[in-house]
Design a protein around this ligand. Structure first.
Ligand code: HEC
Ligand code: HEC
Length: 364
């Protein structure tokens, strides 16, 4: 693991100026140096994600400390209500007051937990936060039973380093109780079972966890921190342009669209893929954003939709940007950003649930 750190130092020393403007022709039309010379890779020249979740947890430890050992029963329940009354049976998709914005799931019994970062020697790691999500899934159809899941996200506020752990086969450790709540204690990262309970992401989680590591919406926000109910369990990352990169995922597509002066971007980046996921489940940005005066930035939102629909390549004043990360500044990237996803951000892939698949990248 220290290997990564050494690599980073050596890399930064060699590369000199850390800039992302190396992916060729920028949207401004200025030519830029060749990709081989100065590409700033956040986290250094680390290995790609290993195949096993335990090995990945070890790789993440350098930036994020030790991944938490999850006890679903110790988390905060996400309450499900119908007409303001809490229910403990699944009322059906979209049939509750605040549904999950993944398919409108209203299944009760999911929970969230927030953990302060912790080093292997037990000392606190205050720059880091972890979230666990025990999801009692209600998205089943006649053809397909979506299993209950336990997922993890770790985030380093200073560097932007992020690790995602997808749910594996957690069934040996989990069960659902009589109130429909998903319970169970999962293996920790030092136990062999960690490799069964969790897996390394097989898809780019940033497709929807796009603006920053954490998704916020009325369902997920209704779980509040017991010690401070003014705060949701899921942290709200401060600032309009926080650092963000994925450990072992230098090839993940980190782009979002940017328009200088757009009011919606005054508080946070916006993942238009996430917006597509939300609007597909009846979340209207103008009913929720900006939080203090919903609807007041409708024109700014419209401007983003225009750019998203036509592509930044065809929209003067609108650019693809990537977040700052570690030693790297981020900023505008040009048309030949090498990590443009085939599956999202305007790619030609499965775009099924995404409104963003309508334009093709130049050269495709
Ligand atoms: C298709 C979109 C999509 C993808 C891809 C996706 N997520 Fe999510 N995720 C969501 C949404 C939306 C929420 C908010 C809860 C909800 O409405 O269901 C969420 C919430 C979460 C949460 C709770 C914390 C939070 O950010 O709110 C975790 C943990 C999580 N996802 C893990 C993952 C991991 C790990 C991956 C990649 C393997 C992943 N997700 C990929 C859409 C997605
Ligand atoms: C004054 C600050 C502010 C402005 C301006 C603002 N937002 Fe937000 N937005 C927030 C905060 C805070 C959250 C997260 C917590 C929450 O949902 O309340 C958020 C969350 C979101 C999310 C949830 C997705 C995610 O990644 O967590 C979307 C989508 C979003 N905003 C879109 C918009 C749009 C579109 C506009 C312009 C119409 C806008 N916002 C303007 C503060 C703002």
């Amino acid at each position: 693991m220290t290997r990564c750190r050494e690599h980073l130092r050596r890399y930064v020393a060699l590369a000199g100026l850390c800039t992302f403007a190396i992916f060729g022709e920028g949207a401004t039309g200025q030519s830029a140096p060749q990709p081989s010379s100065g590409e700033c890779i956040p986290g250094g020249d680390c290995e790609p994600m290993p195949a096993s979740a335990r090995a990945y947890a070890a790789m993440c430890e350098l930036e994020l400390g030790v991944a938490p050992t999850v006890d679903c029963g110790a988390g905060v329940l996400i309450p499900i209500t119908v007409d303001g009354v809490e229910v403990f049976e699944d009322p059906g998709l979209h049939e509750c007051d605040k549904a999950s914005l993944q398919v409108g799931d209203c299944m009760p019994g999911s929970s969230l937990q927030r953990y302060q970062g912790r080093n292997a020697d037990g000392t606190p790691k205050p720059d880091t936060v972890w979230i666990s999500f025990c999801r009692h899934d209600g998205r089943d159809t006649a053809e397909y039973d979506v299993p209950d899941s336990v997922q993890l996200i770790g985030y380093n506020y200073e560097t932007g380093a992020t690790c995602f752990f997808e749910s594996g086969d957690n069934s040996p450790w989990t069960h659902v109780d009589e109130t429909n709540r998903l319970l169970g204690v999962l293996p920790g990262p030092d136990e062999p079972g960690f490799d069964q309970a969790y897996v390394v992401p097989g898809v780019q989680c940033v497709r929807c966890h796009q603006a920053d590591p954490f998704n916020h919406n009325p369902w997920i926000k209704s779980a509040r921190l017991p010690e401070d109910p003014r705060q949701p369990v899921i942290p709200v990352i401060p600032g309009p342009n926080p650092p963000y990169y994925v450990v072992g995922g230098p090839e993940w597509d980190m782009r979002t669209i940017h328009i200088d002066g757009n009011g919606c971007l005054g508080c946070h980046r916006i993942g238009m893929e996430t917006v597509a996921e939300y609007t597909g489940d009846h979340w209207d940005p103008n009913e929720h954003m900006p939080p203090h005066d919903p609807g007041s930035l409708a024109a700014d939102y419209e401007e983003l939709v225009e750019c998203w629909t036509n592509g930044p390549e065809n929209t003067p004043g609108c650019d693809w940007v990537i977040p700052p990360a570690g030693e790297c500044d981020g900023g505008v990237v040009g048309d030949n950003y090498p990590y443009a996803s085939e599956r999202f951000n305007g790619g030609t892939g499965d775009g099924g649930r995404s409104s963003g698949g309508r334009w093709r990248r130049p050269g495709c």
